[in-house]
Design a binder for this molecule. Structure first.
Ligand code: PA5
Length: 432
């Protein structure tokens, strides 16, 4: 289970202040659970893990089997925002860092439709033209421009390469049950479709087929991921001062009100880089509205200590830090002794690389606290499907509670429309 350690905030807040915010977070938890707050028609994610059974898992795995049967070696997953970042975060976290360079096995999953870069698109088309390709297109609204453009191009390639009938068997659409161009297109072309329920917003959809189908296609155990989320659902439903989601939500709001306007989501594991991206979307889109909200940033240490470290240590004192720690590394590497010790590293001989990483983490925590950056630690036992499932669910609950403490609707994103309107006008879209 996810554990939260807030001791790194002790020198910044008093017990009384924390207890006051704990009360607010407890009240917000009730609002969330009783579905009485703003955006309460978007709470389908709350009981999603416990309502995901064998049939739902098998439906996702059916896509894997079907495409393995066709010897598909490349799956293009098309989507943006919540229809992209969860799967990307999970696949990056669980994959071998050099999977591609090492040949890998099973289909390679690549992402598209999350940008409008012509160079990226052209290079994607170079790749699909060399490989045995299938495509998962994900858009809840079914109208988002970026994935729609990518899908039009990939669909065209598949139809030209394999013929219309086979292309149809190489496309899976994940979309809303009734609305949107993607739904009507899928009905007309006969694609296999998965439905995203109306009451689950994009950034809360990683544990639906939006995340599970791509994660399964990348070869990971989605049943274990859902089991982790299910256990978290049970544990985090507790109405108690010890509930880690409630405590963390209380502390980050208290720090925000005390002037810490930016939260850095950091980890000491590069596999979690995209978890940081997922968190930025989850919290940024849920909280940043009505002129308020913690600004979410992300960093991977020790890498970014050599770039962002200077600012974090001594720049404007508006930062707080949430560090996601994987307690146990999956592999072991010890540093060898060297008879000559020309690099002066023999003091580390026989030590694990992860031991050095831990000491770097501890040293960083002490330095940042001394420098005025409160530290919150989120722990998972190991980086696997089960723990990642519980971590996703944990942050979703934190986000719902936190946003209610802040006093905003966590489940809408009206601000995202502003750029779209201008872009449509500039592109001369009919009606704009
Ligand atoms: O969280 C959200 O709702 C958004 O980030 C959406 O996921 C994103 O805009 C993509 O939308 P859609 O799935 O409708 O294409």
């Amino acid at each position: 289970m996810v554990k939260v350690d807030l001791q790194g905030c002790d020198s910044f807040v008093s017990k009384e202040q924390f207890n006051e915010y704990l009360k607010k977070a407890r009240a917000a938890q009730v609002v969330l659970q009783e579905e009485s707050g703003a955006g309460n028609d978007f709470l389908g994610w709350q009981h999603l893990p416990s309502s995901t059974g064998k049939a739902e898992i098998e439906a996702c795995l059916g896509v894997v089997d079907r495409w393995i049967g066709k010897e598909v070696d490349l799956v293009v997953v098309i989507g943006i925002g919540g229809s992209y970042l969860g799967a990307k975060a999970a696949i990056e976290a669980l994959s071998h860092s050099f999977a591609r360079e090492m040949g890998g096995h099973g289909p390679q999953v690549v992402f598209a439709g999350e940008n409008l870069s012509e160079d990226y698109t052209a290079e994607l088309l170079d790749l699909v033209s060399q490989r045995n390709t299938a495509c998962v297109v994900i858009s809840k609204s079914g109208t988002t421009t970026e994935p729609a453009v990518a899908f039009r191009l990939v669909k065209d390639h598949l139809e030209k390469t394999y013929g219309k009938k086979d292309a149809c068997e190489r496309i899976v659409a994940i979309t809303d049950k009734a609305r949107g161009a993607l739904k009507s297109l899928s009905n007309q072309e006969g694609y296999q479709t998965f439905v995203i329920e109306d009451n689950i917003g994009g950034r809360f959809s990683v544990l639906t087929p939006v995340g599970l189908v791509p994660i399964a296609l990348a070869g990971f155990d989605i049943e274990a991921m859902v089991r982790g989320a299910k256990d978290a659902e049970k544990a985090l439903s507790e109405r108690s001062d010890d509930n880690p989601a409630v405590r963390y939500a209380a502390m980050r709001n208290l720090l925000y009100d005390a002037g810490k306007k930016i939260e850095i989501y950091a980890s000491f594991n590069p596999k979690l880089q995209y978890l940081g991206e997922w968190l930025k979307q989850l919290f940024g889109e849920s909280e940043g509205k009505d002129g308020k909200g913690i600004f979410p940033a992300s960093a991977v240490f020790t890498t970014d200590l050599h770039s962002m470290g200077q600012y974090i240590q001594q720049g404007e004192r508006i930062l707080m830090e949430t560090v996601i720690t994987v307690d146990n590394a999956s592999r072991e590497v010890t540093i060898p002794a060297d008879p000559q010790d020309l690099d002066g590293l023999n003091y580390l001989a026989a030590k694990h690389v992860e031991h050095c990483n831990r000491m770097a983490q501890l040293g960083t925590k002490m330095a940042h606290i001394d420098g005025g950056v409160p530290n919150m630690d989120i722990h998972i036992e190991r980086l696997d499907e089960y723990n990642l499932g519980s971590l996703f669910y944990f942050f979703e609950v934190v986000c719902g509670i936190s946003a209610y403490v802040l006093g905003v609707n966590p489940f809408n994103q009206p601000g995202v429309e502003a750029y779209k309107k201008n872009m449509f006008k500039l592109l001369e879209k009919p009606g704009y």
